[in-house]
Design a protein around this ligand. Structure first.
Ligand code: SAH
Ligand code: SF4
Length: 368
C-alpha cells in the first residue's frame, strides 16, 4: 500500500481512533502524537516505545513530512530565510523564518495561492489552487523548529545561536487563513498545545482581510491568537480595488465586527497598511483612517512600505510620506509601527519566491 496518510493531519483523538481501527490500544495514538508534535521525529522507526510491527505498518502506510525543499534564499543581513517547498501533489508553498527583535518567527502559508486577488500581492495573482491541510500547515513550523533545535554552531549565515526554538508564528504567508478556517485552527491548536509543541497562542498572529463571519467565529474560540486585519485603505471606494473582498464585507461592517470582537475577547487588534505611493498615503487619507479606527480600543497600525512585485504598477511610498502619515495617526492616539526594512517582519515578499521558479529573472529581484 502507498503512504497515503499524513500523520500530522490527525488530532490526538483522531490518532487514537486510527490506532483502534488498526486493532491497537488507543494509547498508541497518544504516544505517536507525542513523537510527532513534541519530539518532531520524521521516521516511525524513531518511535522507540512502539512495537516493531506497528512501526513497520506506520512506515508503509503513512508519512510525516509533506515538504520537499526546492529553493532557499537568505537575505544579506542574515535575518530572513525564505524557503519554497513542494507538496506531494506538486503544489508549491512559501515559508519564511525571520530573526528579528530577539524573536525567531515563522511566517506560514495556509493555502496554495489565494482567491482574494489583491492586485499588489504576488500570491493573489495566480488565484487559489487549493487549501492546505492541517498537517501541511503544522509541517511548515516543524521544519524550521527542527533546524533551530539542532545543536550546531554553524547557523549557515543566519544570525542565530542554536540550539534554540521558534518563538512566534505569523499566519501571513500565502493564502487567506480565515478562508481555510478549520484546517488553520486545527494547526494552530496543535502548535499551541501545552503538552507538546507548547508555543503560546499569544505569540501567534493571524492576518486576515476581514471575513466577518469567521472573525465572529474566531471570537468564540478558546485560542487567544492575535488578530491582524489588512486594511490598506480608509475608504470603501479605494479598498474595493485594493482588497476586492471589501465589496462583500465593507468597512463600516468590518469595523463594527471588530468592535464586537474586542468586546468579546478583550484583545487588541492590529491593522496592516501597505503604503503605496500616490494611492493610499496622503494626509487626507491618514485623517480618514484615524476617524475610521476611532471606535477601536487601542488600535495599532503597522505601516509597511509596499514591497513591489514584478509587473505590478504599485510602488512603495517615500519614507517622508510614511512619516507624515504616521504622525497624523499618532496625534489621533493610534499607536503605529513602521517597517522600513522591506518585508522583514511581515515577509511581504511571500509569494514572490514561488513566482521566481517560473521566472528566473525574478530571483535576482528577490535577492535584492
Ligand atoms: N491573506 C492574509 C494573510 C497573508 S498576506 C492577508 O491579506 O491579511 C500578509 C500581509 O502581507 C497582508 O497584510 C498583505 O496585505 C500584505 N502584503 C501582501 N503583498 C504585499 C506587498 N507586495 N507589499 C506589502 N505587503 C503585502
Ligand atoms: Fe490573498 Fe492576502 Fe495576498 Fe490579498 S494580500 S491576495 S488576501 S494573500
Amino acid at each position: 500500500m502507498s503512504q497515503s496518510i499524513l500523520l500530522l493531519d490527525y488530532t490526538r483523538e483522531q490518532l487514537q481512533e486510527l490506532m483502534t481501527s488498526w486493532g491497537q490500544p488507543a494509547y498508541r495514538g497518544k504516544q505517536i502524537y507525542e513523537w510527532l508534535h513534541k519530539f518532531l521525529v520524521t521516521d516511525p522507526q524513531q518511535m522507540t516505545n512502539l512495537p516493531k510491527t506497528l512501526r513497520e505498518r506506520l512506515a508503509s502506510e503513512t508519512y510525516i513530512n509533506p515538504l520537499e525543499l526546492i529553493l532557499q534564499v537568505d537575505d544579506a543581513r542574515g535575518e530572513t530565510r525564505k524557503a519554497l517547498f513542494r507538496l506531494p501533489d506538486g503544489a508549491t508553498i512559501e515559508v519564511v523564518l525571520m530573526l528579528y527583535n530577539k524573536r525567531r518567527t515563522v511566517c506560514i502559508s495556509t493555502q496554495v495561492g489565494c482567491g482574494i486577488g489583491c492586485p499588489f500581492c504576488a500570491t493573489g495573482q495566480g488565484g487559489l489552487t487549493r487549501n492546505l491541510s492541517p498537517g501541511e500547515i503544522i509541517a511548515q513550523v516543524h521544519w524550521f523548529e527542527r533546524w533551530l533545535r539542532e545543536a550546531n554552531s554553524d547557523s549557515e549565515g543566519l544570525v542565530v545561536e542554536r540550539p534554540t526554538r521558534v518563538t512566534n508564528i505569523v499566519v501571513m504567508g500565502m493564502g487567506e487563513p480565515l478562508a481555510n478556517y478549520e484546517a488553520t485552527m486545527q494547526a494552530l491548536r496543535a502548535i499551541a498545545d501545552p503538552k507538546t509543541f507548547a508555543l503560546s497562542a499569544r505569540n501567534i498572529t493571524l492576518s486576515t482581510v476581514g471575513l466577518i463571519p469567521k472573525i465572529e467565529q474566531l471570537a468564540e474560540e478558546d485560542l487567544p491568537v492575535r488578530l491582524a486585519v489588512s486594511l490598506h485603505a480608509p475608504t470603501d471606494r479605494l479598498r474595493n480595488k485594493l482588497v476586492p473582498i471589501n465589496k462583500r464585507y465593507h468597512l463600516p461592517k468590518l469595523i463594527h465586527a471588530l468592535v464586537r470582537y474586542q468586546e468579546k475577547t478583550n484583545r487588541r487588534v492590529t491593522f496592516e497598511y501597505a503604503m503605496m505611493r500616490g494611492i493610499n498615503d496622503s494626509v487626507e487619507q491618514a485623517e480618514l483612517l484615524a476617524d475610521l479606527l476611532a471606535p477601536i480600543r487601542k488600535a495599532h497600525v503597522n505601516l509597511i512600505p509596499l514591497n513591489p512585485t514584478p509587473g505590478s504598477p504599485y510602488q512603495p511610498s517615500s519614507e517622508e510620506a510614511v512619516r507624515r502619515f504616521q504622525a497624523i495617526l499618532e496625534r489621533a492616539g493610534i499607536t503605529t509601527t513602521v517597517r522600513l526594512r522591506r518585508g522583514v517582519e511581515i515577509s511581504a515578499g511571500c509569494g514572490q519566491l514561488r513566482q521566481a521558479v517560473q521566472q528566473p529573472e525574478v530571483l535576482k529581484f528577490i535577492r535584492e
